[in-house]
Design a protein around this ligand. Structure first.
Ligand code: PEP
Ligand code: MN
Length: 347
């Protein structure tokens, strides 16, 4: 049987509402996008994990009935996917003929739950996507994909939806692009999709984030699309209308697979390689000094961490960042990382 989730020349586009709210709204959005040949799969939330109690938690089983009815009316039925968070959800998806499911960010963070879901999926026809865990932990993400593979699921993909961090830099969820790129390096066989809606959290960010993902060679997008986004029961600020989705797809520049590029690009890359090597050489020098400082502190019975000194280091670096035109948050994080490693070396 051919796979729903596979790596191909054309990006896989998944679109649909954050939540199924009513048969009318579901039919309206599906009618407006079903005939676009670029859409490969329809997404719709049936059970909604909400961070705080009191919000709309999804329609549950009735939504599955509406999906089945909606699909029957389609001239050429498209596959549907929804989020599952409990083994009972998996059973209901199988019962109602859902084609693919995904594990949300609040589920992939929990290995016990992922294990239970993987067991519930064993032997089913379901294709499965795994959103990155809410915390920036690549091992949990990889672990979830491995648990599903071990349960015999081979129609599998990963979805990058951004991470909850101390500072999200204007995004709803910090993209931390280096993490999905590292996932791709470690699991090149797993298609990698981007969820620009949950990364951006705002309508105007969906198109630029989609282009960014394609430029980074992601294999597809999962985009929230609603007939009347402003009155949507969930994620109203980030959902786009079907027309906006079609314009977004029209304007997407195709991915290029040219890895090398013109000669001045190659020359600049060589310069970057030299700078990267120099950064590591300087870091290694810095760590050697830190180690020696650790020995002196120990000999004089001094604490390793000295808040006053750390404040001085940080102030000096932030001043330098401003003078050099570097992003202050970036330099703060970098300095915190280097300082943390330095303290570890001193122990
Ligand atoms: C969703 O896709 O609607 C959703 C709740 O996503 P996430 O798990 O990324 O928050
Ligand atoms: Mn959503």
């Amino acid at each position: 049987m051919s796979k729903l989730l596979s790596i191909s020349d054309k990006p896989l586009i998944i679109a649909g509402p954050c939540s199924v709210e009513s048969p009318d709204r579901l039919n309206a959005v599906v009618k407006s996008i079903e005939s676009d040949p670029r859409i490969g799969l329809i997404r719709c939330g049936v059970w909604k994990p909400r961070t705080r109690p009191g919000g709309f938690e999804g329609m549950g089983e009735p939504a599955l009935q509406w999906i089945a009815a909606c699909r029957q009316q389609m001239a050429t039925p498209l596959p549907f996917c929804c989020e599952v968070a409990r083994p009972e959800h998996v059973a209901l998806c199988v019962q109602y003929g859902i084609d693919a499911v995904w594990l949300g960010a609040r589920t992939s963070v929990n290995p016990f739950l992922v294990g239970e879901l993987a067991e519930a999926m064993r032997g089913t026809h379901l294709a499965v996507m795994v959103k990155n865990p809410i915390t920036p932990d690549i091992s949990l993400w990889i672990g979830a994909l491995e648990r599903l593979k071990q349960a015999g699921i081979d129609d599998l993909a990963a979805i990058h939806r951004g991470f909850s961090t101390y500072n999200n830099f204007g995004y709803r969820n910090n993209p931390l692009w280096e993490i999905p790129i590292e996932l791709r390096r470690r699991m090149p066989e797993v298609p990698l999709l981007c969820d620009p809606s949950h990364i951006g959290g705002r309508r105007e960010l969906v198109a630029p984030l989609s282009q960014m993902a394609l430029d980074l060679h992601f294999d597809g997008l999962i985009v929230e699309c609603h007939p009347e986004p402003d009155s949507a029961l969930t994620d109203s600020q980030q959902q786009i209308t079907p027309n906006e989705l079609i314009t977004l797809l029209d304007n997407l520049k195709p991915r290029t697979h040219k890895e090398t590029g013109p000669s001045d690009l190659q020359r600049m890359r060589e310069q970057l390689d030299v700078i990267d090597a120099e950064i590591l050489r300087l870091l290694s020098q810095r760590m050697k000094i830190s180690k020696d400082i650790g020995t002196i502190k120990q000999a004089h019975n001094m604490p390793i961490y000295q808040p006053h000194r750390w404040q001085q280091v940080l102030d000096r670096q932030m001043q330098a960042a401003r003078e050099l035109g570097l992003d202050e948050e970036f330099v703060r994080e970098l300095t915190e990382k280097i300082h943390g490693e330095s303290l570890r070396m001193q122990k």
